[in-house]
Design a protein around this ligand. Structure first.
Ligand SMILES: Cc1cc2nc3c(=O)[nH]c(=O)nc-3n(C[C@H](O)[C@H](O)[C@H](O)COP(=O)(O)OP(=O)(O)OC[C@H]3O[C@@H](n4cnc5c(N)ncnc54)[C@H](O)[C@@H]3O)c2cc1C
Length: 328
């Protein structure tokens, strides 16, 4: 019994926290070994460089904060040293190189990688169950059974195509999810212009380059490039096959001759939805089972995923207290 949140990305963490702070007993299950979802950082190992042991962000690049409740959460994370204001300015490039600079809102990053933000934000009272893939969610009347166990309330906090695979009652959506392959390049030394990140426009190979050393604050010579969704889509079964083109484009855009000493490619099949719904979450008509994530709350962004999970957690806490499903 109690509440089960499936999905340990930021929307699931926010949902579990909202339930827990309302006094509901809650478990958080994720199929991964660690929490974080698309706020993913991998630890460098066996690179043959001096940077083994260092985390690199291979999913979300950064996040922004506009909502007062999310800003308050981010402020607490900054005070605790888990988040750092990174930059308000990124460079803008075309296929043949950097063309200018663009200023926007503050982008936040994490000294220990964005995954650490999700890991540290989960309340101590939440029971975290990792490496635990949920197979099936069944609703019978008002009862919710997940892999054979009954729960008072439940949340599926993940991309909608993954939630629809778990429960046939979750509505399908026509919104397309675009893939991204993130290519991590570790160099021996820094040999490119002073940048934090570069939006790459009109290029068939890359859309974005992040300077992970500047992002993390340790100045390590590590870059992460995001491959154009069309090219990524053609390499989903063979992500490392895109590395030669990606590295050539990176050197072309940044105007550097240096070759990375170590390169790796990570595939995101559902990186981002191309649009998002204004509603904060989806709720089943008959049972307190909801879906949250960055397809809701005007995503697709980290902040939207947090808002979506937080709102769903509150609604499910009300449902748990009243014994009735609480929809929008
Ligand atoms: C390459 C890339 C770049 C991005 N850049 C940015 C950016 O710069 N700024 C920004 O704001 N956003 C960015 N985003 C989007 C951002 O990462 C997402 O909006 C946000 O992290 C979504 O969080 P979520 O909790 O909704 O989903 P997810 O993080 O995807 O979490 C879902 C979780 O559910 C788990 N799960 C799925 N199925 C099951 C199952 N059957 N059983 C158990 N667990 C399951 C998964 O393991 C995962 O941990 C980027 C995303 C990618 C991939």
């Amino acid at each position: 019994m109690g509440a089960l949140v499936v999905g340990g990305g930021i929307s699931g963490a926010a949902c579990a926290n909202a339930l827990s702070s309302a006094g509901v007993e809650v478990a958080l299950r994720d199929r991964g070994r660690r929490l974080g979802g698309r706020m993913a950082s991998r630890t460098l190992r066996d690179t043959g460089t001096d940077f083994d042991g260092r985390p690199v962000d291979i999913g979300a690049s950064y996040f922004t904060a506009r909502d007062p409740e999310f800003i308050a959460t981010v402020d607490r994370l900054i005070d605790a040293g888990h988040v750092r204001p990174w930059t308000t300015s990124f460079h803008v490039a075309g296929p043949s190189g950097i063309e200018g600079i663009s200023t926007g809102p503050m982008r936040f990053a994490a000294p220990r990688g964005l995954r650490s933000v999700v890991e540290t934000m989960v309340d101590e009272a939440v029971s975290v169950i990792s490496s635990s893939e949920v197979e099936a969610v069944v609703v019978a009347g008002t009862e919710i059974r997940i892999d054979g166990e009954t729960h008072d309330v439940a949340a599926l906090c993940m991309p909608l195509p993954q939630a629809t695979r778990l429960h046939a009652g979750v509505p399908d959506s026509t919104i397309t999810w675009e893939p991204v392959i993130a290519v991590t390049c570790v160099f021996d030394e820094r040999s490119w212009p002073d940048i934090d990140g570069v939006f790459v426009n009109d290029d068939p190979v890359l859309t974005w380059i992040a300077d992970d050393g500047r992002r993390r604050g340790d100045d390590a010579p590590v870059l992460v490039a995001h491959v154009h969704p069309v090219l990524s889509a053609g390499h989903l079964t063979d992500p490392s096959g895109v590395i030669p083109e990606a590295v050539a484009a990176l050197r072309r855009v940044l105007g550097t001759d240096a070759l990375p000493s170590w390169v790796d490619a990570h595939r995101w099949t559902y990186a981002k939805p191309l649009a998002a719904y204004p509603e904060p979450y989806w709720m089943h008509d008959d049972a307190p089972l909801g879906v949250a994530g960055d397809l809701w709350a005007e995503g697709p962004r980290v902040e939207a995923a947090w808002l979506s999970g937080h709102s769903l957690g509150r609604a499910l806490a009300e449902a748990a207290a009243s014994g009735t499903p609480s929809g929008r």
